[in-house]
Design a protein around this ligand. Structure first.
Ligand code: PLP
Length: 397
């Protein structure tokens, strides 16, 4: 037998948690694990703008013919507008090329293959901590990984000195991976001034920046959250972007992402992109249609787009409200530590400072599920569960 010798793979630290939560039978259970938005009732609904576009799409759809390797053209064009701004020089001079991919994860995998096969990068630089799949994807493809410091545990802040000291060692041509906003898992992003400094450093040192932009609109707004990426685009002629609509459109299971290559000019962009398409062809040939057409329809229709922006604003406002409530309730329930830093973090995640042992106790004794790194999903908090949640946390502190 060939398969007898196969070892069981370790469970994914985050997705495995979702499975365990599903199987949890205690009714008071709270899920702060996987990064999915929940509304005030604890549901993950289909956005109204998305449902409206899907309804229209279903009525209008005339074929199930294959999409091209790079997916829906309107989707790719609208993606570039969100990334770089509608009036961006990059778009006008056609030096960015975008492929619709299978989620942000798919975009990252294509990015990693592209880096491995088509660039001279000796290493990819990844922040510590980061979303665990970053390391896994680049390891799978066989790109050497170096890490740069990102988080100052004591100050609950960006470790700017550590970050710049580590990245000073990056060689010309190395890929440096940045989280566009809502850094996962810390929730801490560089300030605009720090982004400017990094963008200049990148241009001077000759890095190839790769932006993972999975949460656009969930920190401060669509335009605001693109500050870092656009600062880099201003100073660097070449860059790569892996973006995703999973979170900001709530379209997790439709796998809507995009990989964008920005080159110095249109001719180079076209050549580079022909290689991107060659990579995609051998992995999944071409993406799925439904999600791509849905997002494109929302973004192309001014009324639907306005409705989407409104819904995104609501999500962001609810997360910010829960951050404040979480900090206030912890205090109310008797926490001695100051958790005020949580209010300053961006996006769904907070690096709570809880230790792996405390996280384990929360699960075992209180049916509260979080990632062992201490990352908690603030969007999993509701008015109904926050009292119980904070009481439980205070008991394990
Ligand atoms: N990048 C980061 C930092 C993420 O947190 C996620 C999702 O959790 C992704 C990329 C990938 O998102 P998806 O593949 O679901 O679009």
């Amino acid at each position: 037998m060939f398969f007898d010798k196969i070892q069981t793979a370790p469970a994914d630290p985050i997705l495995g948690l979702g499975e365990a939560f599903k199987a949890e039978t205690r009714p008071e259970k709270v899920n702060l694990g996987i990064g999915v938005y929940k509304d005030a009732e604890g549901n993950t609904p289909v956005l109204k703008a998305v449902k409206a576009a899907e309804t229209r799409l279903l009525a209008e759809e005339k074929t199930k013919n294959y999409l091209g390797i790079d997916g829906v053209a309107a989707y790719n064009a609208e993606t570039q507008k969100l990334l770089f701004g509608a009036d961006s020089e990059i778009i006008a001079s056609r030096r960015a090329k975008t492929a619709q991919t299978l989620g942000g994860t798919g975009a990252l995998r294509i990015a990693a293959e592209f880096v491995k096969r088509q660039t001279e990068a000796a290493s990819v630089w990844i922040s510590t901590p980061t979303w665990p799949n970053h390391n896994a994807i680049f390891e799978t493809v066989g790109v050497n990984i170096r890490n740069y410091r990102y988080y100052d545990k004591a100050a609950h802040a960006l470790d700017w000195d550590g970050l710049t000291a580590d990245l000073a060692q990056a060689e010309k041509g190395d890929v440096v991976l940045f989280h566009g906003c809502c850094h996962n898992p810390t929730g801490i992003d560089p300030t605009p001034e720090q982004w400017d400094a990094l963008a200049k450093m990148s241009a001077e040192k000759g890095w190839l920046p790769l932006f993972d932009f999975a949460y656009q609109g969930l920190a401060n707004g669509i335009e605001e959250d693109a500050y870092g990426l656009r600062a880099f685009a201003k100073h660097n002629k070449e860059l790569l972007v892996a973006s995703s609509y999973s979170k900001n459109f709530g379209m997790y299971n439709e796998r809507v992402g995009a990989f964008t290559v920005v080159a110095e000019n249109e001719e180079t962009a076209n050549r580079a992109f022909s290689q991107v398409k060659a990579i995609i062809r051998t992995i999944y040939s071409n993406p799925a249609s439904h999600g791509g057409h849905t997002v494109a329809m929302v973004l192309q229709d001014p009324a639907l787009k306005a409705q989407w922006i409104g819904e995104l604003d609501e999500m962001r406002a609810r997360i910010k409200e829960m951050r404040q409530k979480f900090v206030d309730t912890l205090k109310e329930k008797g926490a001695k530590q100051d958790f005020g830093f949580i209010i300053r973090q961006n996006g769904m995640f907070s690096f709570s400072g809880l230790t792996p042992e405390q996280v384990d106790r929360l699960k075992d004794e209180f049916a509260v599920y979080a990632v062992r790194s201490g990352r908690i999903n603030v969007a999993g908090m509701t008015n109904a569960n926050i009292g119980y949640l904070c009481e439980s946390i205070v008991k394990v502190l």
